[in-house]
Design a protein around this ligand. Structure first.
Ligand SMILES: [Zn+2]
Length: 403
């Protein structure tokens, strides 16, 4: 692979998102009211918004300003309102080193005709916006969360709905106390280049032992209600455990990218071949015409010249086909953009399998965040069983049962 690579934004320096007609009017000074009126007012008044000054103007994108604000706040920068909706930012030591400056003035208003000396115009795709995006992509974001427990933590009838039985009955289920386990979710974007570029978001959830528990095509860990902070897991991670997790996540993401690449190779290959076919029928028709004309003129002095035309058509065809192949050549890129450390509620489910006087106790884990038990372990081999049968006076899975 498929090393974790960074994507670059490709917009031009200084490109502005709002190329509307309002720009000239505002440049003539009419924007001053609109631009400055909100500066410094209402910092973080809406719930969930960062406590940074807003002061946005009509022409800019509020989502972008919010993103920049959250990001600066997460990186421990101090943001203050400046005139005309600008932000005066005191950079964190880390960003000071990266950008070789202590403070920066951010200008968001795309209608501003000039930017103060040393200030950065900050729109997506602008030089300032790109610096921020590049810094944001340099390291994966890291958060700590707790998965809230479901009530009840498991179905009342335990595994009855999840695991079929033959010659046996499930007895009453008992759920043990809830404990919290550490899990780590790795968030990645897989990008396909070539022909029609394509992106997919994936999450890989890794368990306490480094085992991969889930692999989902989604932006977030699905079916879970999160709360910020790491509940009931005070001790820091051991470095070797962290290493194991990273290795296992990396291996999974690489395998995933290869899988996707194999699938994409088929669909991309089909589109490429269609285009090559169209190119082929166009050029073979042209060559045929040319050869037909050549036959009609046979005997003339131009014979050599006509032959040359068909040859140059063939060369042109080859050149265009190579172009098509190159354009559809596939490249896959995996970028890890976020890591979440989770405190995850789990419990043990105990349930008896019964047949007449026979009693077999089965014990297995439950994902209390989803209120869902994993498949029960086979009492004989311990592997997760979709079905349990009665055999040799005990219960076991289909693989363990004598034929
Ligand atoms: Zn078994």
């Amino acid at each position: 692979m498929t090393t974790v690579t960074r994507r670059r934004t490709r917009a031009k320096d200084g490109a502005t998102p709002a190329g509307n007609g309002a720009r000239e009017a505002r440049a003539n000074g009419k924007a001053l009211n609109g631009g400055g009126a909100h500066a410094g007012g209402g910092s973080g008044k809406a719930a969930g918004l960062p406590a940074v000054p807003r002061g946005e103007t009509a022409a800019e994108s509020p989502g972008w300003r919010r993103f920049v604000g959250r990001w600066l706040e997460a990186h421990h920068c101090k943001v203050e309102a400046a005139p005309r909706g600008d932000w005066e930012v005191e950079l964190s030591p880390e960003l000071q080193k990266r950008w070789r400056r202590q403070r920066v003035r951010l200008v968001f208003d795309p209608a501003r005709p000039t930017v103060p000396r040393g200030a950065w115009f900050t729109a997506p795709g602008s030089a300032g916006g790109r610096r921020i995006l590049e810094a944001a992509l340099a390291e994966p974001l890291f958060t700590r969360r707790t998965a809230l427990a479901c009530v009840p933590g498991a179905p009342d009838d335990g595994w009855t709905g999840a695991c079929r039985v033959r010659g046996l009955n499930w007895g009453p289920a008992r759920l043990g106390p809830v404990r919290y386990e550490r899990r780590v979710a790795f968030h990645a974007v897989i990008t396909r280049w070539g022909g029609l570029p394509w992106q997919e978001q994936w999450v890989v959830l890794v368990g306490a032992g480094g085992e991969v528990l889930e692999r989902v095509q989604a932006a977030q860990v699905p079916e879970v209600r999160p709360r910020e902070g790491l509940y009931q897991l005070p001790e820091e991670l051991e470095p070797e455990v962290r290493e194991r997790w990273l290795l296992s996540a990396r291996a999974t993401l690489e395998a995933l990218a290869e899988e996707r690449e194999r699938e994409w190779a088929v669909s991309v290959g089909r589109l490429r071949d269609d285009e090559l076919d169209r190119l082929g029928s166009f050029f073979s028709a042209r060559i045929e015409e040319e050869e037909e004309r050549m036959r009609r003129r046979a005997g003339h002095d131009e014979h050599e010249l006509e032959h040359g035309d068909a040859t140059s058509l063939k060369l042109e065809w080859e050149r265009r086909a190579a172009e098509v192949r190159q354009r559809w050549e596939m490249r896959t890129e995996v970028r890890l953009w976020g890591i979440e450390e989770w405190s995850w509620p789990v419990a043990d489910l105990e349930q008896e399998l019964r047949a007449g006087a026979m009693r077999v106790k089965v014990k297995g884990p439950v994902d209390v965040a989803r209120g869902r038990p994993a498949l029960p372990p086979c009492p004989s081999c311990g592997r997760p069983a979709e079905m349990l049968v009665r055999a040799r006076g005990t219960a076991c899975c289909a693989a363990c049962a004598p034929a």
